[in-house]
Ligand binder design. Structure first.
Ligand code: NAP
Length: 243
């Protein structure tokens, strides 16, 4: 993506920035001059095969409250927090209560915990937050109810935190990606029946690309351009939610 934004001097933290949408968001901010820290589940950046050389790296497991708290404590300065880390556990395991709790812990609880853990540091800049919602924030998720439940709460949490943090000048917004080509959706891309249904259901007739989600993150994080935008969840979905 050509950098049309200037984030020089900004400290950006992208959870789950090792792959897919998070990696694209991290790359877009770095390309626009920011100092970017990404998190992943592995012990160190080398375990990702050199893909993360443009970023600082920290391990953080979002289902582990102590790990999320440690990430907040280790973050000295943050202008932009991108709560992107996410996981899905599909059926049959996805229908068990344990899987439900694990996916809600990663996709929802960790978002609140990290926002609150970084609240004072966000207020000190003031910074902003970009959460990642989903089409499953709005539509049924029968294959993975925990994923749908967690993601459904993201637009609501985004509004609540936007109202709560507004007095500190901290904006909180979200992006709701449509079906996007990443490892998370690889099994669905590889299933001809589901791939056909998704293309047919998406007015633009194709899957999104991670860099197309990243553009919305740059927009929302730009105080010059989106300075009066808070509490919003923006679909970037090829028209899926309009259909
Ligand atoms: N792809 C889509 O169609 C789509 C659509 C709507 C919303 N989303 C959302 O967009 C975000 C990124 O998804 P993606 O498609 O880019 O997924 P992805 O390619 O599978 O990447 C997931 C990222 O999250 C990290 N992660 C996974 N489980 C974690 C855990 N328990 N603790 C900490 N980090 C964890 C991964 O780290 P490791 O590399 O270390 O595993 C990786 O960096 C997610 O919130 C997802 O729900 C995706």
């Amino acid at each position: 993506m050509a950098a049309t934004f200037d984030f020089s001097g900004y400290a950006v933290l992208v959870t789950g920035g090792t792959r897919g949408i998070g990696r694209a968001i991290a790359g877009a901010f770095a390309g626009a001059g920011a100092e970017v820290t990404v998190t992943g589940t592995r012990a160190d950046a080398g375990e990702y095969g050199g893909n993360l050389s443009a970023f600082a790296y920290r391990q953080a497991r979002m289902e582990d409250a102590a790990s999320v708290d440690a990430l907040a404590a280790a973050t000295a300065r943050v202008d932009v927090l991108v709560n992107n880390a996410g996981t899905v556990i599909r059926q049959p395991e996805g229908l068990t209560p344990d899987a439900f709790e694990r996916t809600v812990a990663v996709n929802l609880n960790a978002v609140f915990r990290l926002c609150q853990g970084l609240r004072e540091k966000l207020a000190a800049r003031p910074g902003c937050v970009v959460n990642i919602a989903s089409m499953y924030s709005y539509f049924a998720s029968p294959h993975a109810p925990g994923y749908g439940a967690g993601k459904a709460a993201i637009p609501q949490l985004t509004k609540s935190l936007a109202a709560l943090y507004a007095g500190d000048g901290v904006r909180v917004n979200a992006i709701a990606p449509g079906w996007t080509e990443t490892d998370l959706t690889a099994p669905i891309q590889a299933d001809p029946d589901r791939d056909r249904v998704i293309r047919a259901r998406t007015p633009m007739g194709r899957w999104g690309r991670p860099r197309e989600i990243a553009g919305a993150a740059l927009y929302l994080a730009s105080g010059d351009i989106a300075g009066f935008v808070t509490g919003a969840t923006i679909p970037v979905d090829g028209g899926y939610s309009a259909g």
